[in-house]
Design a protein around this ligand. Structure first.
Ligand code: SGN
Ligand code: CA
Length: 530
């Protein structure tokens, strides 16, 4: 009898022990702080991410970036508050609009004040290991990070080849072998591998690609050589009814320069003359690569050259994202790591005949945003919630269970994934930089689910109104035809948001913000290699 009882007892005890181990393990997992990886490309248009389903992306798919949406969510109405690099990045870091965080222009806009509250600082204070690797473009040394390795050459933009990085604000290194995307990819994996596994982490993983002048890694040169991309519907827009747009300097036909088109400067020129030769076209100067290419054929050639190089740069980014997702899986980190993929703003891929960004029109205003966190977000979620880039910081903090500081204007949208709305019926936008680069008139405006109202106020007084349901390409400015009741309702909302976000200074003061020259003090020369 005794001989039976003994093994049964052992079995019972070990079963109980296993159960308690499992409970402990899952309780431990539940209580483990969430890791965050925030991936941001530079100028990556949502049209060039296949999860968003555009025609272009069907021909140039991004299977790895798409995995994030497949395993998590695709956000389809995320907007930038000021659609250029530095201003978008500072809005994201601080959770505040440009006029509040102080960094509202890339050109003559000074440097980012790193003393203010940013979301990475809160992660750092709460025991997270924090790092930023890649593009930064804010002049001052990153604050709130245990480790930073950021691009510093070419005015902080960095270059695709021979990029220079500044490490922790001190040591500058130049990379002569690998393409910028590959260096950033390798550095992020290396940082993750050498972290303290006992502590949570928060990594900003920020590519230079696919920013102008679109120079892909040579391993992608053979992509897209056997077909051409279709032209967007609005490729030959004549800007009628839109005065500000008609004054732009970002046309595929008129403003792509020789460097963009990978022309080689004639031998024997001084460095200065060679740079000037390559920049020829920026101001609308006519040039053609040979005597025969003219008119529509020339514009077509420029478009194909541009879009193919742009998409080749994205192929590199997609590869890097795939490697990161694999790394997380192989190292048991997938379950407890939230991953975001976004871009600092949208971009024109020939729509309205353009490249670049800045306008409040959809292609540059809308940001791609894919997010996964298996514990919190149901795979395959698609959201149309109106989100702004100032919401990113608060949302990441909220997911990690950290307190959102009172001073942040953005709002967490975590509860979107719990089936609730965030209670917002319009987003607000304000762009300031003028005339360099690309001659986009300063403007502010609002977008609701259906309408967009824009005011160009700098050296004109022009209102534009679009019905996005009937006119998703924003070709018909209906401001003059719309019912007074609709205009009144939208202007009321605009005023409400201006007051709510404290952007209610008189127009003269706004113009002054455009005109004021704030010198860059910290910009990289001291950190740059000579
Ligand atoms: C550079 C580009 C511009 C671009 C700005 C801002 N010119 O100046 O075309 O709009 O950056 O880009 S280039 O000839 O130097 O490439 S941003 O992403 O930093 O906002
Ligand atoms: Ca950018």
């Amino acid at each position: 009898m005794k001989s039976y009882i003994f093994p049964i007892l052992i079995l019972l005890i070990s079963a109980c022990k296993n159960e308690s181990d499992n409970t402990n393990k899952s309780a431990k997992d539940q209580s483990k702080p969430l890791n965050i990886i925030y991936i941001m490309a530079d100028d990556h248009a949502y049209q060039a991410i296949s999860a968003y389903g555009s025609e272009i992306s069907r021909l140039a798919p991004t299977p790895n970036i798409d995995r994030i949406a497949k395993e998590g969510a695709l956000m389809d109405a995320v907007f930038c508050t000021n659609s250029i690099c530095g201003p978008s990045r500072s809005a994201i870091l601080t959770g505040n609009f440009s006029h509040v965080n102080g960094f509202y222009k890339n050109v003559n806009g000074g440097d980012f004040n790193g003393e203010q509250m940013t979301f990475p600082k809160i992660f750092q204070k709460n025991g997270y290991q924090t790092a930023v690797i890649g593009k930064w473009h804010l002049g001052t040394t990153p604050t709130g990070f245990d480790y930073s390795k950021v691009l510093v050459n070419w005015g902080g933009q960095g270059t695709y080849f021979n990029p220079q990085f500044c490490i922790n604000g001190k040591d500058t290194v130049i990379e002569t072998k690998r393409h910028s995307t590959k260096v950033i990819e390798d550095d992020c994996i290396e940082w993750l591998s050498s972290r303290d596994p006992e502590k949570p982490f928060m990594l900003l993983y920020q590519f230079k690609a696919p920013h102008r002048d679109w120079r892909p890694d040579s391993m992608y040169h053979d992509l897209f050589t056997d077909f051409d991309f279709p032209l967007p519907e609005t490729f030959n827009d004549d800007y009628s009814g839109r005065l500000a747009a008609s004054q732009n300097m970002m046309e595929i036909g008129g403003h792509l320069n020789r460097r963009d088109m990978k022309q080689i400067a004639p031998p024997g020129l001084s460095r200065r003359d060679s740079l000037r030769w390559l920049a020829y076209g920026d101001e609308g100067q006519f040039w053609t690569p040979n005597d025969t290419l003219q008119g529509a054929a020339l514009k077509y050639w420029k478009y194909q050259t541009y879009i193919k190089d742009y998409l080749r740069c994205i192929a590199g980014v997609d590869r890097a994202v795939g490697r990161l997702l694999d790394y997380l899986e192989e190292n048991g980190l997938s379950e407890n790591t939230l991953v975001v993929y976004t871009s600092d703003q949208g971009f024109y891929l020939g729509e309205h005949g353009w490249f670049d960004k800045r306008w409040m029109y959809e292609e540059s205003f809308k940001m791609p945003f894919l997010i996964k966190s298996p514990k919190h977000i149901k795979a395959g979620t698609v959201s149309k919630e109106l989100i702004m880039n100032i919401d990113f910081g608060p949302t990441l903090l909220d997911f990690a269970g950290l307190k959102i500081p009172q001073g942040m204007q953005g709002k967490s949208f975590k509860n979107t994934f719990e089936g609730n709305g965030i209670g917002r019926d319009a987003v607000y936008y304000h762009y300031y930089e003028y005339p360099k680069w690309h001659k986009v008139q300063p403007h502010y405006g609002i977008r609701t689910e259906r309408y967009k109202l824009i005011h160009f106020y700098y050296s004109m007084d022009e209102w534009e109104l679009y019905d996005l349901q009937r006119d998703p390409n924003e070709m018909n400015n209906i401001y003059k035809q719309a019912s007074p009741a609709l205009i009144q309702q939208l202007k009321k909302k605009l005023e409400e948001l201006k007051t709510q976000y404290k952007d209610d200074a008189p127009i003269e003061q706004m113009r002054l913000m455009t005109d004021t020259v704030i010198r860059r003090v910290y910009n990289e020369p001291s950190k740059r290699l000579k």
